[in-house]
Design a protein around this ligand. Structure first.
Ligand code: HEC
Ligand code: HEC
Length: 130
């Protein structure tokens, strides 16, 4: 049945296109990740960011800034001083967990949380006092 074959062919091209556009969409979702995996899912990134809010008892705007272009909205891809400190802290956490603790090497080091932000911060953005 050539007709059926043609349908399969068209369908598989369609799937291929879908898969391609999905993976392109994935790459472009986040523009400025330097430490977290670039292929991170939206859900995972969201849960990590909320864990920062919880550990430091802050809101997103503690680290994220507004820019001229973004107006009243936070520009999550833009860098500010607190976000840069946040990056250092994520790296610190990766180092502590991979160098000094037994860890599950099947998990990406960015996702390890034996020692987490909360281990030190405990709801305080300034653990040394301010
Ligand atoms: C303690 C600081 C901190 C807090 C609080 C925080 N973030 Fe982030 N966020 C970061 C850092 C650092 C990065 C960049 C990570 C990297 O470079 O891998 C980032 C990256 C992001 C990105 C990716 C932007 C891009 O396109 O590259 C989004 C989206 C984001 N944060 C959303 C949020 C939201 C929403 C909240 C509040 C629920 C939040 N963040 C709270 C530090 C923070
Ligand atoms: C080993 C302990 C430790 C861990 C783990 C840790 N922090 Fe920190 N963090 C500190 C200390 C101590 C300071 C204060 C440093 C200072 O004031 O110079 C700090 C400061 C910060 C600051 C800047 C606020 C300030 O004090 O100026 C941010 C933002 C921050 N941490 C975010 C995070 C995030 C996000 C994580 C998890 C990815 C994290 N920290 C994990 C100990 C830690």
């Amino acid at each position: 049945m050539p007709g059926k074959k043609a349908v399969y062919f068209v369908a598989s091209i369609g799937l291929l296109l879908l898969a391609t556009s999905a993976s392109i969409g994935n790459e472009e979702k986040f523009k400025n990740l330097k430490i977290l995996p670039k292929d991170i899912s939206e859900k995972k990134l969201d849960s990590i960011m909320h864990s920062y809010n919880d550990a430091l008892k802050v809101t997103c705007d503690f680290c994220h800034i507004k820019t001229k272009e973004s107006g009243n909205e936070l520009d999550f891809a833009a860098d500010g001083p607190m976000k840069e400190t946040g990056r250092k802290m994520i790296q610190l956490m990766i180092d502590i967990n991979t160098k000094y603790f037994y860890y599950d090497s099947t998990i990406k080091p960015q996702y390890l949380n034996g020692v987490s932000c909360n281990t030190c911060h405990r709801g305080n953005p300034f653990p040394w006092g301010e």
